[in-house]
Design a protein around this ligand. Sequence first.
Ligand code: RM4
Ligand code: MN
Ligand code: MN
Length: 430
Amino acid sequence: MTTQIDAGLVDEANQQGAAHLQADYDHLGAVLARRGIDIEAITEKARDFAVAVPSWGTGSGGTRFARFPGPGEPRNVFEKLEDCAVIQQLVRCTPTVSPHFPWDWVDDFSELRQHADALGLGFDAVNSNTFQDQPGQPLSYKYGSLSHTDPAVRAQAVAHNLECIEWGQVLGSSALTVWVGDGSNFPGQSHFQYQLERYLESARAIYDALPADWDMFLEHKMFEPAFYSTVIQDWGSSVLCAMELGDRARCLVDLGHHAPNVNIEMIVSRLIQFHKLAGFHFNDSKYGDDDLDSGSLHPYQQFLIFNELVDAEQRGQAGFNPAYMLDQSHNVTDPIESLMNSAEEVQRSYVKALLVDREALYAHQEANDAMLATNTLKAAFNLDVSPILAQARVLEGGAAQPIAVYRASGYRCAVDKQRPSSGQSGSGIV
Ligand code: RM4
Ligand code: MN
Ligand code: MN
C-alpha cells in the first residue's frame, strides 16, 4: 500500500506523545474500571468503528453566493482518493469512500478501483445525481427527475441510476443512495399525490434492477432546491416509499435534512424498530442543511443518536447494519482537516454511547426515575474519551494527533504545487 504521508513522521509524533497518552489512558482506564467497564474492550470497539468519507467533501464547498476554493483542491476522482487516503492513513476509521456520479465518472472503473486498492481504500454507497443538468444531457431536470411530469425525463433519470449501479458494481459497492431535488416552489405548482406516484413508479424501476446483494437508500430532505415542497420531504414520506418498494429499500438519515428541533434520535429508533434504517449522512446544522462539521454544534444530539444505535447493537436487533457516512461542506477549513476531525467526532459519539450503563438506564426507565435515567446518559457523555480514540488510532497505525501530523507533513502545500487551480470560482454544492 502506498502511503501519502511519510510513515516516519507519524511514528515520530506518536512516540513524542506516547508517555502522556499512556498516562491519560491509564487514568481513564481506572475511572472506567470503577464503573465496571474494561477500557481495552472499548478500545477494541473503537478500532472496529468505520465511517465513509464523501468524495465530494474533499473539495471546498460553497454557498449559492460564492465559493472560495482552497489551495491544491483535487481536480478529479483520482486526486480525491489521494486526499481520502491521507485521512485514512492518519485517522484509521475511514476505510471507504462514497462516490457521486457523474461528478466521479471515469471511463475505466476497474482502473479507479485499482487506484483505490493501491491506496488501501474501498468504496461505499454510490450516489446518483439527478438534481443538476450535465453538459450535453438531452432533457432537463429543472422541473424534477424521478417524479417529472414527462415520462421521457423520468426514464432518463431512471437510466442514470441504473448506470450508477453498474459503475458501483465494478467498484465493489453494494448500495445506491438516491436523493432527488424534486419538489415545487409554489403552492399549486404540483399535484402532491400524482407527483409521489410518479416518483414511486421510477423508484420501483430502479429497485427492481438492484443486483441481489444491493440495497437502495432513500434520502429525504425537507427543502432546497425546492422551497415549497419536496417529494421525499421527511422521514414519513421516506419510510412510506421504502415500505412500498420492499425490504431492500431503507431510509437514509442526513442529520441536516430535518426541520429545526426535530427529535432525530427518536426517528432513528422508529426506523430501527421497523428494520428501515439504512444509515446516516453525518454533519451538523444550526438553521437548515448547513452541512457544518459533525459534532461542531450539537455533540449531545449526535451522542443521543449513537445511544439508540448502540442500544440496538447490544440488543442484537434483527437486520441492524447501518451505513455510516459523512456528508459535509467545508467552506472555510481545509477539507482534509474537517473530514479527519469529523470522523473522530462521530467515533467519539459511538464510544461514549458504549459507556452508557444500560442495565441502570433500563432500571431507571422501568421505575419512572427521570432524573437518574437522564443522568445515566450524562454520566457517559461527560467523560472525555479522547485517550481511547488516540490509542485506537495508534494501535491501527494512525496518528494520535492527526491534524498536527497533517500540518507538519506539508501535504497541502505539496499538492498545491502539483494541482494548479483552474481559476474558476462558481457556486459550490452545499
Ligand atoms: C444533498 C444531499 C445529498 C448529497 C448532495 C450533494 O443536500 O445531502 O446527500 O448528495 O447534497
Ligand atoms: Mn446527504
Ligand atoms: Mn444535504
